[in-house]
Write a protein that binds this ligand. Structure first.
Ligand code: DAH
Length: 345
């Protein structure tokens, strides 16, 4: 029986070494040490031995069982560690991989142009002023030297809400409001915002668009200040070699009034499709603030003078980015607006 025990021990130790995974090792445990295993069988058969041999044999079986169990447990621990390591290896994260890009939106092309214009004037010391889109007839027209019945009111077909209230047709009312607020003090502001006109929408007309108004009031403000300012602005927006030209024009709120053209940024003045073969592109209206406008807002026009200008960011954006239809700015098709990505700025 001792022989059989030794054989059994060798056999089970060999099996333990052979077992290459946890399941195989468990099978060995059940087969040899389990209730139906050969060691249990041997213990059961002890009854057949002469009584004096029983303690010795019993002790031997126990020693063998303990040493086998020890080897088996050590092997089990090793296999478990290997299994964990394999799993860790499989699930490892490569921290050097680039992250998943986060989808970000971008600024609307019009917002970009408005901000670009604002930045230029802010850098020149201007402040930003805002006014209501639902405006009084007084500020939209009367305070700008456009009394009731004035023929020039027809130039700006208006959405009236009541007899005295309308959707503002331009940002010029913010001029009048700012002057009223500043009570005779010098002023340097730009006024960006939405305006509304009773127009049939087409590629170049829209019932709602944006404008940026500029107003400078102070002692000794002259036409040359306006010209210098507009010239710098044209270079900033359309390139350093832009030239400007002022053509006489008419606005009830300025005297004299001008329209400013820039030399064509595409052909440089030779004539192309952008400048309609003239070499010049019309950008904005401007002029010296009419004395009536100053007086109505409480300024002494014999001491204070000013210049003003008004432009349409849609038009500027269309020229800058070659956009052919003004409606793109408010229909907001993502295929259109996503073309103007921040990084191209
Ligand atoms: N308000 C004018 C318009 O909407 C634009 C304009 C022209 C504004 C001349 C001005 C200006 O301040 O001086 O057509």
């Amino acid at each position: 029986m001792e022989e059989r025990l030794k054989e059994l021990k060798e056999e089970v130790l060999a099996k333990i070494q052979e077992a290459s995974n946890i399941k195989a090792l468990n099978d060995v445990r059940v087969a040899y040490l389990g209730r139906k295993g050969p060691i249990t069988d041997l213990l059961k058969g002890m009854g057949k031995l002469p009584p004096e041999e029983r303690p010795k044999m019993g002790a031997l079986v126990n020693v063998i069982r303990e040493s086998v169990t020890e080897v088996l447990e050590a092997r089990m621990a090793k296999l478990e560690e290997e299994a964990i390591n394999a799993q860790l290896e499989k699930e490892s994260i490569d921290v050097t991989l680039p992250g998943r890009p986060i989808k970000t939106g971008n600024h609307h092309p019009l917002t970009r142009v408005v901000e670009e214009i604002e930045d230029f004037f802010l850098s020149m010391g201007y402040e930003i002023a805002e006014g209501p889109e639902v405006e009084k007839d007084y500020y939209n027209f009367e305070a700008l030297n456009l009394p009731k019945g004035h023929p020039a009111r027809d130039m700006q077909d208006s959405f009236y809400i009541s007899e005295e209230i309308l959707l503002r047709t331009h940002t010029s009312p913010v001029q009048a409001r700012t002057m009223e607020e500043k009570k005779g003090e010098p002023i340097k502001v730009i006024c960006p915002g939405k305006v509304y006109r009773r127009d049939s929408d087409d590629a170049t007309h829209s019932h709602q668009f944006t404008q940026i108004e500029g107003l400078v009031v102070g002692e000794n403000i002259r036409m040359s200040d306006l010209k210098g300012t507009l010239s710098l602005f044209a270079k900033e927006m359309f390139g350093n070699d832009r030239e400007i030209r002022l053509r006489p024009s008419f606005f009830p709120f300025t005297e004299p009034s001008v329209e400013m053209d820039i030399s064509c940024f595409k052909c440089g003045g030779d004539g192309c499709n952008v400048c309609k073969k003239t070499g010049w592109i019309e950008i904005l209206g401007a002029g010296m603030v009419h004395p009536n406008v100053l007086e109505m807002a409480g300024y002494d026009s014999s001491v204070m003078t000013g210049f003003a200008f008004g432009m349409g960011p849609e038009r500027i954006a269309m020229l800058k980015y070659g956009v052919e239809d003004i409606r793109h700015f408010y229909t907001n098709d993502v295929r259109f607006i996503s073309q103007f990505h921040r990084t191209e700025a």
